[in-house]
Design a protein around this ligand. Structure first.
Ligand SMILES: Cc1cc2nc3c(=O)[nH]c(=O)nc-3n(C[C@H](O)[C@H](O)[C@H](O)COP(=O)(O)OP(=O)(O)OC[C@H]3O[C@@H](n4cnc5c(N)ncnc54)[C@H](O)[C@@H]3O)c2cc1C
Length: 342
């Protein structure tokens, strides 16, 4: 495996932002990964695992260790289970599944990034999340260098969460994900936007649902389209916060009603996009070279020449305003990679 030096990371991210990696290599096999780990150990360097860079903000100073880009390719089908290598493009896999008549990931069409990135934050959209179809995650335990096959239970999936980005963050490097899909199963039609879309056509096909998801995503700047500045982002920048019923009541009372839905245990989830807009940050808001997408209040964007510092300044401004107005501290969804990471 080739170890490159001082490689600019911006082109490897959907934000198109970020300084250089001190070292950079592309791992095409599990052996390459072990070689990369060995490289960092002998030099006492931090390691960062890069997928498609679609949930990532890289600091302007870059990263002082090794960025290992996961480029393991290939997939196998055993019955209804698809074993897909971590470096495969997620959206391409969704298209193959939908074209083959397999249900289970059709609402996750149009999400950028790699297969290996999907279990990390339990990727979800339009009423579906990967935790519903993942049956195993093959990963290298970076503590012991053993290869593990983790069950969904061991992955600890929750909303935008798993052990990979929470309790065991940095420990596992995902090399393959197994998804169990349903041949000729019906598409998932639970999300309001999708139901509305198919109001006149109650039984759409899988392909029609995937196409509708892509269309809706495009209308919101949540589909990567070359040259479209509204999608030069990391998708949603903030997670939807969960508050107590009392807290929700105070918010709703202060503005004459608020969207939200119960997630059980007396807790209510609020749309972060609504909070951001209520706090004064409308679609198209501009702060220097950074801004908010013209089509979605939750996507912070690079308007062309933004630095990570511009995005972070906008993040801080939004977080402070929402906290002051609603006593909620918004949590960013993308991962931040900087000189202190690793
Ligand atoms: C326009 C747009 C729309 C989006 N829409 C959605 C959406 O609807 N729903 C959603 O959930 N997300 C969405 N995202 C976020 C992003 O696409 C997903 O989180 C995606 O799964 C990230 O995968 P990646 O390969 O790009 O990971 P990266 O951005 O490269 O990495 C993200 C994190 O995962 C870790 N990681 C990546 N690969 C591995 C691996 N093989 N093993 C261990 N750790 C790994 C990295 O170390 C890092 O911590 C969107 C992003 C954009 C730009």
């Amino acid at each position: 495996m080739l170890f490159l030096e001082h490689v600019p990371l911006a082109p490897y991210t959907t934000f198109r932002i970020g300084g250089p990696a001190r070292y950079f290599a592309e791992a095409a096999s599990e052996n390459d990964i072990l070689e990369g780990v060995e490289f960092t150990r002998t030099r006492n360097l931090p390691l960062f695992v890069l997928g498609g860079g679609s949930n990532l903000l890289v600091a302007d100073e870059g990263f002082p260790g090794l960025v290992l880009r996961i480029a393991l390719r290939g997939s196998e089908q055993q019955g209804d289970v698809f074993q897909v290598s971590a470096g495969e493009d997620w959206d391409a896999f969704v298209s193959r599944a939908v074209d083959g008549g397999y249900a289970g990931v059709e609402c996750l069409a149009g999400i950028p990034g790699t297969v290996g990135g999907t279990p990390v934050q339990n990727v979800g959209a339009y009423g579906q999340e990967v935790a519903e179809s993942i049956v195993a995650v093959r990963a290298i335990d970076l503590h012991t260098l053993d290869i593990r096959e983790l069950t969904p239970l061991e992955c600890g999936f929750a909303y935008r969460r798993s052990i990979f980005n929470a309790a065991e963050r940095g420990r596992y490097l995902v090399t393959r994900v197994d998804y169990a899909l349903r041949k000729d199963g019906p598409p998932r039609l639970s999300y309001a936007d999708l139901k509305r879309h198919f109001a006149e056509k109650p039984k759409p096909s899988l392909a029609e649902v995937a196409a509708a998801v892509r269309k809706i995503r495009h209308s919101k700047g949540m589909l990567i389209v070359e040259g479209d500045l509204d999608c030069r982002s990391a998708g949603s920048f903030f997670k939807n916060p969960v508050v107590s019923t009392e807290h929700y009541g105070r918010i709703a009372g202060s503005v004459g009603g608020a969207p939200g839905y119960s997630v059980g245990d007396g807790l209510i989830k609020l749309p972060a996009a609504w909070l951001v807009e209520q706090a004064g940050f409308h679609k198209g808001y501009v702060l220097g070279h950074a801004g908010i997408s013209n089509r979605h209040a939750l996507a912070l964007i690079n308007r062309g020449a933004a630095k990570a510092a511009d995005v972070l300044a906008l993040r801080d401004r939004i977080v402070a305003a929402v906290e002051q107005r609603f006593s909620i501290r918004l949590e960013p969804e993308p991962v931040f990679l900087g000189p202190e990471s690793g």
